[in-house]
Design a protein around this ligand. Structure first.
Ligand code: C2O
Ligand code: CU
Ligand code: CU
Length: 564
């Protein structure tokens, strides 16, 4: 069986190459490298195409730098910097004093060329998290470039307005590079959004939340061993936009706060300290149809959130603190994976303070209707009765998807997706029969219920999902939350359902999820099962799906869909 699959996927891979999808046909280096499952082949870096006429042309450099973060000594980081070669003013905006990459602001419909320069001393590649671009422009780890090399991306902005992320995606070192500073916000604007006249300029504020751990010399400490990788790595200081003790001074009016969780592993439960509800106007894939208010919002690594924060009527000198509020259940409860950060996940701590420093009489009004979203129904999908499985398996020393570690040439039958199809997908925890507490409570009769693995979808779909060394007890002990991210077009959430045994913890987070917008990352809690509908339109090739707990991603909790 494995042989069949390997040969099979190898054939697929070569077929793709010969079609030019990967533009590597005839490269002897690639063919040799492909004989090994683990090693990534080296693809010659793509060059600019003379036929592509860019509206925006950017040089994006990754390099080492030293930046002031804490009082005293500067911190060694890795940093993106960008130069606008061509395009509208304001396309590239530095965040002064931050290690974060500049904010890149694009318009829907623009043709964009980006020259990525690797000024690091190790391989890297950049992925445009949230953008719908061709596979060979997506920053797949296959396209990583060596120090000194340049990779040229060319794509058209097809996305609706929204906040996306650019960050590295090299094989097994994504987390480390992001942790050391390589990440930035990529905003897309469009006409639908512009017509709303949402707060902009000084009244639109990015809020990139990250946690970091520093040594006594102000240098970053990163994962020290297997434990840090199994749970994900947690710092004990919260940074916003690259700054410790971030504050904003605001007028007494409405603001648009654009949140991104840029942490490698930490999950936040965002809420205002005085109990003011959070007014949400958008999520990962752009604006909601209408604003929604929530007591708090869960924000997992890779997720974004567009918040309407109205300080109208507040007095000069007053302040409002955004906190991460208490919650439970996202990390394993016992054993070697016990969480020992001095800033525990799920404890209550401040993120930033907004101080009203100026009283003004005028403020924009929150629009009652924001946008139009094209929703699909289960009946619109190619597979209404056999969702594509994304099984989370938490083994003793391994975090996997569909029971297999990442390999670039290991596409399984359930991972082959016809291009231009709409797919029903189901993300669930693969605890085998050992869990014992599953109840069918979403009323949809999915075929995963009842503790069996291979039900309802045919054996191949679940092939190789054996939980080696993972008995029921182990499953319970290791289970944790995973933010599952799918590259390519954003998806909609159809349903969430939770095991009977996990309900108490779930009650501490359940009001913080938003299903009324388009997503590319979804937090899947222990005992939870999430159904999504995702279109795979326009582009063939490899599109990754993985846990956006970046330590998990680097451990191999990542797979490819082959869209063909
Ligand atoms: Cu934000 Cu594949 O990642
Ligand atoms: Cu992505
Ligand atoms: Cu994970």
């Amino acid at each position: 069986m494995p042989d069949y699959n390997n040969n099979y996927s190898r054939r697929r891979f070569l077929t793709q190459s010969s079609l030019g999808l990967l533009a590597v046909s005839g490269m002897p280096g690639l063919l040799n490298a492909m004989e090994g499952m683990q090693a990534m082949p080296k693809i010659a870096p793509r060059k600019a195409s003379p036929d592509f006429k860019p509206d925006v042309d950017i040089e994006l450099l990754c390099k080492s730098a030293a930046v002031p973060i804490l009082v005293g000594k500067e911190t060694q980081v890795m940093q993106y910097s960008a130069k606008l070669l061509q395009g509208p003013k304001g396309t590239v905006a530095e965040i002064p004093g931050s290690y974060l990459g500049p904010i890149i602001r694009l318009q829907k419909g623009q043709k964009v060329r980006i020259h990525l320069q690797n000024g690091l001393s190790e391989p890297t590649v950049t992925h445009w998290h949230g953008l719908h671009v061709p596979a060979e422009m997506d920053g797949h780890p296959l396209y990583a470039i060596n120090p000194g090399e340049q990779l040229v991306y060319e794509f058209e902005v097809l996305n609706r307005a929204g906040m996306n992320i650019y960050h590295p995606h090299p094989h097994e070192t994504t987390a480390k590079q992001v942790y050391h500073g390589l990440a930035g916000a990529l905003l897309v604007n469009d006409d639908e959004e512009a017509a709303l006249e949402l707060p902009s300029g000084d009244y639109e504020i990015p809020v990139v939340i990250q946690d970091r751990l520093f040594d006594v010399h102000n240098q970053l400490i990163y994962a020290r061993g297997m434990h840090d990788r199994m749970t994900g790595f947690y710092g004990d200081r919260i940074l916003v936009n690259g700054r410790a003790d971030f504050q904003i001074d605001v007028d007494s009016r409405a603001y648009r706060l654009r949140f991104m969780n840029g942490s490698t592993a930490r999950i936040y439960k965002l809420g205002w300290d005085d109990g003011t509800p959070m007014t949400v106007i958008g999520v990962d894939g752009g604006l909601l149809e209408k604003p929604e208010t929530k007591p708090y919002i869960m924000l997992a690594p890779g997720e974004r959130l567009d918040v309407w924060a109205d300080f109208s009527g507040r007095n000069e000198g007053s302040q409002l603190v955004l906190r991460s509020l208490a919650f439970s259940g996202v990390l394993p409860k016992m054993g070697m994976m016990m969480h020992t950060s001095s800033l525990p996940v799920g404890s209550d701590y401040p993120i930033f303070t907004a101080r009203v420093t100026r009283k003004v009489s005028d403020s924009p009004k929150l629009p009652s209707s924001l946008s139009k979203i094209k929703w699909y129904k289960t009946a619109d999908t190619a597979n209404p009765n056999s969702p594509v499985p994304i099984a989370i398996s938490e083994g003793h020393m391994a975090m996997l998807l569909n029971g297999r570690p990442y390999a670039y040439n290991d596409v399984q039958p359930s991972e082959r997706i016809p291009v231009n199809s709409i797919q029903l997908m189901e993300i669930f925890h693969a605890h085998g029969g050992g869990h014992g507490k599953q109840t069918a409570n979403d009323g949809q009769g999915t075929g995963h219920q009842g503790g069996g693995m291979g039900m309802g979808m045919g054996g191949m779909r679940h092939g190789g999902m054996g939980m080696g060394g993972m008995g029921g007890g182990m499953g319970m002990m290791m289970t944790m939350a995973h933010p599952i991210h799918l590259h390519g077009q954003s998806f909609q959430i159809v349903s969430r359902s939770i095991d009977a045994g996990s309900e108490d913890d779930y009650a501490t987070v359940r009001e913080g999820f938003i299903e009324s917008g388009l997503k590319d990352t979804v937090l899947v809690m222990p005992g939870e099962k999430v159904r999504i509908i995702k279109p795979f339109q326009d582009f063939k090739g490899l599109f990754m799906y993985h846990c956006h707990n970046l330590e998990h991603e680097d451990m191999g909790m990542m797979r490819d869909f082959l869209v063909e």
